[in-house]
Design a protein around this ligand. Structure first.
Ligand SMILES: NC(=O)c1ccc[n+]([C@@H]2O[C@H](COP(=O)([O-])OP(=O)(O)OC[C@H]3O[C@@H](n4cnc5c(N)ncnc54)[C@H](O)[C@@H]3O)[C@@H](O)[C@H]2O)c1
Length: 262
């Protein structure tokens, strides 16, 4: 039997009911990790757990809203109560609420910053007491975006949150280096999920449609959107960062945009 790259490891992937997080959870499980599948929505969360188990993997589900500190703690503690430890935390939950700055509402700003930035902080802080134990260690991967590195019209909230994650990543890397904990970020370009599909026919998420307006998207298809990744493509570099191969990499931002943003 060949060994998986994450054999014996325990991972929490936030927002893994759909999209990139789901692909990461399934890939990690196929490489031998035990997974805590988190989502704010119970049905997609249950679906990911079922798919992992049917493929012969180990997974438990946890409905937790990462913007709430008590939910984040319960999520992290689920890894320890279910599988005995926590080795890998992927802060993936995120959302878009696009608008031009002059028109952006407080709610649009707050929800995006709360989920991506504060949500990641909540989970990292909750993981402290497990990962900082003597001879334990661990690895954390934060989900940034090329928009956090380059900015983007209509995404002041999202670019600020994703840029904030870069600072958070480097700070965790410095503070927890002595505990054997690494922390890196991935900056994705465009990945084919409900956040990048046509807005007009797209899904409503927490009271607003997500996606990119058809006209804008059609224009983008000639340029950067031609570099659209599948969630499964996006998950592979995250597996690398989560694996022992990346043991000596910390505080870095990995650009995963197929060359669309260099
Ligand atoms: N799709 C892209 O092109 C792209 C590009 C760059 C970065 N990203 C980032 O990748 C991550 C995943 O995005 P995606 O495209 O897979 O989106 P998605 O909407 O398909 O999946 C995100 C999941 O997170 C869950 N979620 C939302 N708020 C939550 C909360 N408060 N607590 C727990 N779960 C919550 C959602 O229910 C959903 O299942 C996000 O951080 C996003 O910003 C995506």
């Amino acid at each position: 039997m060949t060994l998986g790259r994450l054999d014996g490891k325990v991972a929490v992937v936030t927002g893994s009911g759909r999209g990139i997080g789901k692909a990461e959870a399934k890939l990690f499980a196929s490489e031998g990790a035990s997974i805590v599948v988190d989502d704010i929505d119970d049905r997609p969360m249950e679906e990911t757990v079922r798919e992992i188990q049917e493929a012969g993997g180990r997974a438990v589900g946890c409905v937790a809203d990462v913007t709430k500190a008590e939910d984040a703690q319960r999520l992290i503690d689920t890894a320890v109560s279910s599988f005995g430890r926590l080795d890998i935390l992927v802060n993936n939950a995120g959302l878009t609420r696009d608008n031009l700055i002059a028109r952006m509402t407080d709610q649009q700003w707050d929800i995006v910053v709360d989920i991506s930035l504060k949500g990641s902080f909540n989970c990292i802080r909750a993981a402290a007491r497990h990962m900082m134990k003597p001879n334990h260690g661990g690895t954390i991967i934060n989900t940034s975006s090329v928009v956090g590195l380059f900015g983007n019209i209509g995404q002041a909230n999202y670019s600020a949150a994703k840029a904030g994650l870069v600072g958070l990543t480097k700070t965790v890397a410095k503070e927890w280096q002595r505990y054997g904990v690494t922390c890196n970020a991935v900056a994705f370009g465009f990945v084919d999920t409900r956040l990048t599909r046509e807005k007009e026919t797209g899904e409503e998420v927490m009271g607003e449609k997500v996606g990119i307006p058809k006209k804008v998207r059609d224009n983008m298809m000639q340029g950067v959107m031609a570099y659209l990744l599948t969630p499964e493509d996006a998950a592979k570099p995250v597996l690398f960062l989560a694996s022992p191969d990346a043991r000596y990499i910390t505080g870095q931002v990995l650009n995963v945009s197929a060359g669309a943003f260099i």
